[in-house]
Design a protein around this ligand. Structure first.
Ligand code: BMA
Length: 336
């Protein structure tokens, strides 16, 4: 794979695990690509909720220009959040499953969070009439879910704050306003809700022009972490160069996805206190740059603070596998 310019590097305070922590070979049901995963600590375990694309395998895709048959959302559990993941035998959500809704093409990119003892799942939802975001409540046994609210198109990348702020639930989101901007120039917004169902008081938060290493779009990634200085917020950021050619299984893949940091005000998270001007995590390991479905893509959906001050960041790499990176909270805050 030729080098992608400008070169972006992961910040040295971040330790990336050398190998993916989950690949499609690990799953007990059909899987071609397993990536973009949210994680919570629940009942003494780490519970990961991940995206799984299945159906056509890599070689058929290359030869026949095929499409994946579907996308499901699955669950894995681990004692240490790093290895020995045990998979639930069937996916939690399968858009092609028995309860198939003809309007919904698929759910994907799960983010998960516990607020006041309830588990909420934020999903991207492709419908026949546009791309939406959905918020669902998960049952205590993690076996079923109920959709509480969906957005109008086009919006996705919904991420909930882990507690109510000013008495209301708060979410970050990423609408896709193609008419007004004329091209991909997508930003981060915020909405509030009294009950997880009705969302409003929508405000603009952070623009793609505020992130120096993005020229295409930005979006929320994982539930922010509360700190003394403000909400530590991870974002994804895309830079695009249309001269970038064939990449992985794609004929053209001009976008590079990296991840960065922002700090939002504790009492009013629509106020941005600081943005780190370089990426925190860039695609720079061989399986992030030279292998997989969509190379040069790191896409975090999960972030957890451990008692010893370590922050675990779970991210999809090349839209192909689930990876883990760690950093110290103090080091991250010192960048902001
Ligand atoms: C975004 C989403 C993610 C994906 C990323 C890179 O638009 O579709 O699921 O990881 O693109 O392909």
């Amino acid at each position: 794979m030729p080098k992608v310019y400008p070169e972006l590097k992961t910040h040295p305070c971040v330790h990336k695990y050398e190998n993916p922590i989950i690949t499609s070979a690990d799953l007990p049901y059909p899987s071609a690509l397993v990536f973009n995963a949210g994680v919570i600590k629940y009942r003494g375990e780490y519970v990961m909720i991940f995206r799984n694309d299945y159906g056509t395998d890599k070689y058929e895709y290359e030869n026949e220009d095929g499409e994946f048959e579907g996308t499901s959302v699955g669950i894995a559990r681990s004692k240490n959040g790093i290895d020995s993941w045990q998979f639930d035998p069937v996916p939690l959500v399968d858009s092609n499953g028995p309860a198939k809704d003809p309007e919904i093409k698929r759910y994907y990119d799960p983010r998960v969070i516990i607020i006041d003892g309830k588990i909420y799942l934020c999903l991207a939802m492709d419908t026949r009439h546009g791309v939406c975001g959905a918020i669902a409540e998960l049952s205590d046994d993690l076996k079923s879910f109920k959709i509480l609210s969906t957005t109008v198109p086009d919006n996705r990348n919904i991420v909930l704050f882990p507690e109510k702020i000013g008495g209301e639930f708060v979410r970050l989101e990423r609408p896709m306003p193609v008419y007004s901007r004329g091209k991909d120039r997508f930003d981060i917004w915020l909405s509030r809700s009294p009950d997880m169902v009705y969302w409003g008081k929508t405000e603009f938060v952070l623009g793609v022009e505020d992130v120096p290493y993005a020229n295409d779009k930005i979006g929320p990634t994982a539930a922010p972490i509360k700190t003394d200085k403000g909400w530590l917020t991870l974002i994804h950021a895309v830079d695009r160069d249309d001269t970038r050619g064939k990449n992985g299984w794609e004929d053209r893949w001009p976008k590079r996805y990296s991840a960065g940091l922002a700090l939002l005000d504790l009492n009013d998270p629509s106020k941005v206190l600081s943005v780190y001007d370089k990426p925190l995590i860039a695609p720079d390991l061989p399986f992030e740059t030279d292998e997989g479905f969509r190379q040069n893509t790191v896409f975090p959906c999960g972030m957890l603070l451990e008692d010893d001050g370590t922050v675990k960041i779970y991210y999809g790499a090349s839209d192909t596998c689930v990876c883990l990176a760690e950093a110290k909270l103090d080091d991250l805050l010192s960048l902001l």
